[in-house]
Write a protein that binds this ligand. Structure first.
Ligand SMILES: C[S@@+](CC[C@H](N)C(=O)[O-])C[C@H]1O[C@@H](n2cnc3c(N)ncnc32)[C@H](O)[C@@H]1O
Length: 230
């Protein structure tokens, strides 16, 4: 099955991610950040060659950010919701110590097979465990604590993912949520589509949550960085 049909409902009505940050600024920033690995580059290139929604991979700059976040909290256990072709999971695995682990959730078996094919080419691939199925089902079976939880799947479930992520997070950990600016569509107050509404709701929930300190960054398509209050 072509991914576009599956993803169109929540990744925008056929429109690819619109650049919020000018591409030349993003390229400059990426060129001055930790470089993507060879295997990540291969994943990105094949994803762009073969997938209908390749812009779903976070890309080199956001991957560098994920790595720095993992290092900043001295992560050993990472949880990812939304693996797609395995790019961000591998980038985070590369920033973990030898005994570190990334547990990632993916509903689409074809994407899971793509990801595993590339993880097998990397010495860091053995740190990654992928659970195929609806992420909320997988999350209900997990035991924390996780040091980094990266939410990057279906937008309709973002608030549910956030609430469960808080339960699974280490007190010293960090929650990262992708696409929270949704190509700027979050500014649409009059007739937002369901995915935009879900992201607007998530942003309201986080901003008014007394348990956390958050910063909504204008990195790529918007990344919420959320730390529990001490
Ligand atoms: C934006 S992509 C993830 C991109 C990936 N984090 C990266 O940067 O390389 C979102 C993924 O979430 C998956 N997904 C959508 N709904 C899901 C669900 N309910 N449970 C698990 N995965 C889901 C999609 O199949 C898709 O592969």
């Amino acid at each position: 099955m072509k991914p576009l049909k599956k993803f169109r409902s929540w990744f925008g009505a056929g429109s690819p991610l619109a650049d919020i940050v000018p591409p030349e600024i993003e390229e400059y920033a990426a060129a001055h950040s930790v470089a993507e690995s060879e295997v990540c580059r291969l994943i990105r290139e094949e994803t762009y060659r073969t997938q209908d929604c390749p812009q779903m991979v976070v890309g080199p700059l956001e991957a560098a950010f994920l790595k720095v976040m993992a290092l900043a909290v001295r992560a050993r256990r990472v949880l990812e919701i939304g693996a797609f072709t395995g790019y961000s999971a591998l980038a985070m695995a590369e920033a973990l110590p030898e005994d570190g682990t990334v547990l990632t959730c993916e509903i689409d078996p074809d994407s899971a097979a793509f990801a595993r094919r590339y993880w097998d080419k990397s010495p860091h691939g053995r740190k990654i465990e992928l659970r195929v199925g609806p992420a909320l089902d997988t999350l209900s079976t997990l035991t924390g604590p996780f040091d980094v939880i990266f939410i990057d799947a279906d937008k309709a479930n973002y608030v549910s993912y956030y609430r469960r992520a808080k339960e699974l997070l280490a007190p010293t950990g960090v929650i990262l949520i992708d696409n929270v600016l949704w190509s700027g569509r979050v500014l649409n107050a009059s007739a937002p589509d369901p995915s935009t509404q879900a992201i607007q709701e998530l942003n309201r929930v986080v901003a008014s949550d007394p348990d956390v300190t958050g910063a909504l960054l204008t990195l790529r398509d918007g990344v919420f960085v959320i730390k529990p209050k001490i």
